[in-house]
Design a protein around this ligand. Structure first.
Ligand code: MRU
Length: 354
């Protein structure tokens, strides 16, 4: 089955990066061209591009943009390399939680450090690698989708939180990749999408993507999930991930942990769908995952309008960590990893280093 949404969230074109502006979806569906490394930093930080795999590719594009600028600025190869390595470290600080950003920029850093080419050759190698990461992301998501579809019961209603779809990746999606692959086999499946305050990625982006593909979707607010679970209206939960520790603890959009607890209470399987590049084996548990703190205005305002009294205290973590014991499986491009995650993750990395 072919889906209508041939979304390519981010793409390298000639000498710049083109991306869907996700701050305005679904009111507008428009592309922006990012032509400098500094603009890419801001596009990631301000969430013009968002979603762990998509910001990984954006980071890789950002290094190509900086490399192009450096090639104009320097004729000395060592000076070019030192300057570019500094810019790469800076790019990694644009958002702290999704490890795909660090993973993809580190791939570019390896090229910068190990290349034997001259300055223009290094720029070309970085560009080829960025394009390769784009292509691989879609292939990986299709594999994740197909593995995940095997555990979707016939006619299931799947709850998801935030947006782990085509727009959070280069295309197809991780959690929504599972939905797409399952729907291709069984068009009676349905989705419940959590609104996902404060940025409303569920309401704005997940419903937009699914509606475009004709996949039935019901939008609910974040606090409603346990109500529908109790009524027996949710068969499984599938969400994406921003960083997974070696023991399976998983950071994802704030509110995910609440959904996982509710799913456990109601005996509903809770799955993570993510590429192996989202797994950070350098950290043992979720306690070590840095959680992004975002602007207070995301909480105090909706669409530019204040929704609370002036002077109210605000705290706005962008992500939470779901403990591994609440997770039924981690759906990856290498199959579904099951507990004990320390073992299954180590085994997946033994056979395939992302
Ligand atoms: O703040 P965002 O919108 O970048 O957060 C996105 C999420 O939490 C996604 O669920 C996660 O990145 C997985 S995307 C395939």
């Amino acid at each position: 089955m072919e889906f209508k949404s041939k979304i390519k969230t981010i793409e390298w074109i000639d000498n710049y990066s083109r991306m869907v502006d996700q701050t305005v979806v679904p009111y507008e569906y428009k592309f922006v061209n990012i032509t400098t490394g500094a603009d890419m930093f801001h596009a990631i930080r301000d969430m013009i591009v968002r979603g762990a795999p998509a910001i990984g590719v954006a980071g890789a594009h950002g290094i190509v943009l900086f490399a192009q600028e450096g090639a104009e600025k320097f004729s000395n190869r060592d000076e070019f390399i030192n300057w570019l390595l500094d810019k790469a470290e800076y790019m990694k600080t644009s958002r702290p939680t999704a490890v795909n950003l660090m993973w993809a920029v580190n791939k570019q850093i390896d090229i910068i450090k190990n290349s034997k080419s001259d300055i223009s050759g290094i720029v070309e190698e970085l560009k080829s690698n960025a394009i390769k990461l784009e292509d691989e992301d879609i292939e990986i998501n299709k594999k994740i989708g197909d593995f995940g579809a095997e555990v979707v019961p016939k006619g299931a209603t799947i709850l998801t939180h935030c947006n782990a779809g085509a727009l959070a990746t280069v295309g197809y999606g991780t959690a929504l990749g599972v939905v797409r692959s399952a729907f291709a086999k069984d068009n009676t499946i349905k989705v419940f999408a959590d609104e996902t305050r404060p940025r409303q990625q569920g309401a704005r982006i997940t419903t937009f993507e699914l509606a475009m593909d004709g996949i039935p979707v019901t939008l609910i607010t974040d606090g409603m999930c346990s109500y529908f679970m109790k009524k027996g209206m949710i068969d499984m939960v599938v969400v994406g991930a921003d960083r997974i520790a070696a023991n399976g603890d998983t950071a994802n959009k704030i509110g995910t942990y609440t959904v996982a607890i509710a799913a456990k209470y109601h005996n509903i399987p809770f799955y993570i769908a993510a590429p192996l590049s989202t797994i950070d084996t350098s950290i043992k548990t979720g306690d070590e995952i840095p959680i992004e703190e975002r602007s207070h205005e995301e909480v105090t305002h909706i669409n530019g309008k204040r929704i609370c009294a002036e002077g109210v205290n605000i705290i706005n973590p962008g992500f939470d960590v779901t403990p591994h014991e609440l997770i039924a499986g981690i759906i990856t491009e290498k199959g579904i990893l099951r507990p004990d995650y320390n073992e299954s993750i180590a085994e997946a990395f033994n056979t395939h280093k992302p």
